[in-house]
Design a protein. Sequence first.
Length: 409
Amino acid sequence: MVRFWADIRDGAWLDAARATVYVRIFAVFCLLVLAGVALKSIDTAHHDSLHRVQANDFGALYAGAVLAARGQAADAYDPGKSDAIVAAGMVLPPGQNLPYFYPPTLTLLSWPLAHLPLVAAMYVYLVLTSLVFLWGLRRILPAPGVGLAVAAVPAVLVNFLNGQNGALSGAIFATGAILLDRSPFLAGAVLGLLAFKPQFAVLVPIALLSAGRFKALFGLAAGGLAFLAASWLCLGQAAWAGFFAVSPHIQQALLEHQEDWGRQLSFMTAVRLWGAGAGVAGLAQILAAGLVIVLLIRAATKLADGRALVALTASASLLVTPHVMDYDLTIAMVPLAWAVAMAQRTGWRDFEKSVYFALYVLPFAARLANVRCSLPLGFALIALSFWFLWRRAMAGSTLKDAGKVCDGG
């Protein structure tokens, strides 16, 4: 047992040769799964039927795009959502209701997809967002020998199979990290696109303000407001009214129905899995979020490295929200890429290699651990990785007093 914990601590079990074998296995597995999905889609491409498409969650996004193109964006939020989906030209299995949870900002982004058939639109959206996301990860982690590990990241496969927008969220964080030191205003404007998924945007202005990154903060405000205004002008006030009207029902469903909240990876879910009620779990989530925000602010006031700042913010964003799914773990890959890049430069610290590898493969097991085993593995690894990232960000060359000048004034 002593030897086992020693190996976990120093990561000796994960040498370069073994890591290469694991990554190749993941790559082959991902290719086989994607090939199977592609064959199924080719076989059914002439049917715009959700129960015949692998990535069912994409159906809601596509329906919203089609309805927006018809000038009926608000219909996506109608309680009779099945009628709205059918009106978009898609076939639902008997008795199925496909909810539309997305704000009009995402409807605006997905609008161009309405000009494509369902299956084609699904592949265009998922492939394009995945490629941008992987490009961003590779820019953050440019070291030789890691290209396959980046290309085969499990979070991308999980996001693809769910037909979700996790790759888009990760791409925005990654691009913001890449641009922050060189083009702060543009970086802020890019991060403003997180308005399509507000729960992951709330910490960005706090981090930028605490770091004194005022150019980026102005860019964030300009980009975010322009994004919101464009969605209002293009989709109409009724779309926003419909979204705000349905939002309380969405929150209630996520909090009360175990089939929904049991798949979440937040601290609130972890507490509920341990037997607490919704009220206690909600309070625990608020307290945990407060602690994370304090740690983020403390780090942001000291950080000079823009990539470190965005990486830490991305990691913290997964902890402060009560609504985070396995396909959102694409966001966790951005700080992971930065941490690995730093470790390759300055060496690995205790437990880092084991925890980061577990986080890398977490998307394969996070939902299963929650739902089947009542084990909050996802939250535990996200929290541990944030703590390790915070300690690394607070040390050495990432700090302002290490000689690097902040670009924020």
